[in-house]
Write a protein that binds this ligand. Sequence first.
Ligand code: FAD
Length: 451
Amino acid sequence: MTDTALHSSTDQILTELHEWLTDQWDPELTVGEWWERLGLAGWSFPILPPNAYGRGLNRNDGVRVAQAITAFGALGAPAGLGLMLAAPTIATHGTQEQIDRYVRAIVTGQQSWCQLFSEPSAGSDLAGLQTRAVRDGDEWIINGQKVWTSNGQKADMGMLLARTDPELPKHQGITYFAFAMVQPGVDIRPLREMTGRALFNEVFMTDARVSDDAMIGGLNQGWAVANTTLANERAGLGSGGGNSAGGVAVPGTVGGDLERRAGDFVLPRPGASTNGNGAKKGKTRSSTTLQAMQSDPRLLRELAQRNGAVADPGIRQGLAELYTWSELGRMNGLRMKAAREAGRDIPGMPNISKLSMSHIMRLSRDLGLRIAGASGMLHAYEPDGREVIVESTGEPTLPIVTEMALMAQAPSIYGGTDQIQRNIIGERVLGLPKEPNRDRTTPFSELPKNV
Ligand SMILES: Cc1cc2nc3c(=O)[nH]c(=O)nc-3n(C[C@H](O)[C@H](O)[C@H](O)COP(=O)(O)OP(=O)(O)OC[C@H]3O[C@@H](n4cnc5c(N)ncnc54)[C@H](O)[C@@H]3O)c2cc1C
């Protein structure tokens, strides 16, 4: 397709979306009603294929649609791991019946999802997972423990990886289930982080149950299915955290937002009145928005200009370094986009983007705290406390700087650690030899385990 043809098809999509929003957006709808309209019209996650409540758009156009919904002043799609990971995975490996059961509930925000992959002894070595699924008639009995389960406390469903056959080599005896989180035998315990939030949880499953027809992709085929989820995770992180249109409303029945007024969740746009009266006081920005603000070098430059730290040549050098890394990230993003539009790929680029994003977050942490000086030691866990800090220091961005400093460790771990990204680049892009092991031929039951 030529550049002109590409642009005109994007323009057509955005024109159609604008007409649809003009006709359909109503801030007086409940969140649940609005997401039902958005999802069934194929606008929640339009990169999904048409048989899975999408429009088959490419990822770039999907991002443009999400931005256009926000720019219009309507509530964005039901963001979260359901949309970013579960929906594309089920659209790829599920039956049409499963797509209609699960993906429909995701794009309309009726159900939220979490990712039940990592275990205490299976993170980087995910295929070493030990949660067991044992068949009982047309159901499976689940026993095991997961950890680092982001938003598990608000999830209706989980993408569960469990071992269904320990006598097969470790990558072969795993099955992927759509698992109901709200049931007897599921104990979800939030883990409080040093930011003061409890983003993730431990999840204990004791004789919990999942039915045979919730198996995605077939018995013992879970590794291939999980790789689709992980590929979507990397692509989502590379494009800035998935669906940036997501407002602050929480999808699913556990979060409690579905019955609330949609217009109350629309974030005010700088210098514009919203089409929905704006988000109510007390609601914080989505983590995606926060991350975008944190990695924007202007935030720290403006802080340094306001408090005089910019007079320090070391700070100016740090700002220049951060700007350079951000520009490299932006240009690599443009290279990837151009390659994709030309039907090509740049091997290793998603891994490099992830490494660069973790590096920028660490640079921002160190530089931000140097600029903030002693006031960088003040951090509040609750919105009220943050307001007190802003009032007493007169510095509106201080809570963002301290939050960024405390959260900067996370990107180098989630979605595959920095070391694992480097291993992938070494083995799959540079062709270096893998570490020798017998994992792919030895039955899982005979492999050494940590516990
Ligand atoms: C904010 C956040 C959110 C998360 N959300 C989720 C979630 O929702 N669902 C979920 O399932 N998981 C989630 N995780 C877990 C995440 O996927 C794991 O933490 C990650 O895969 C690393 O696993 P681990 O913590 O067990 O560390 P380990 O795998 O034990 O690694 C420990 C250290 O050893 C290094 N290492 C390990 N193996 C190698 C190797 N082969 N070569 C070189 N170095 C190696 C690692 O790089 C690391 O530095 C989340 C993590 C974070 C930080």
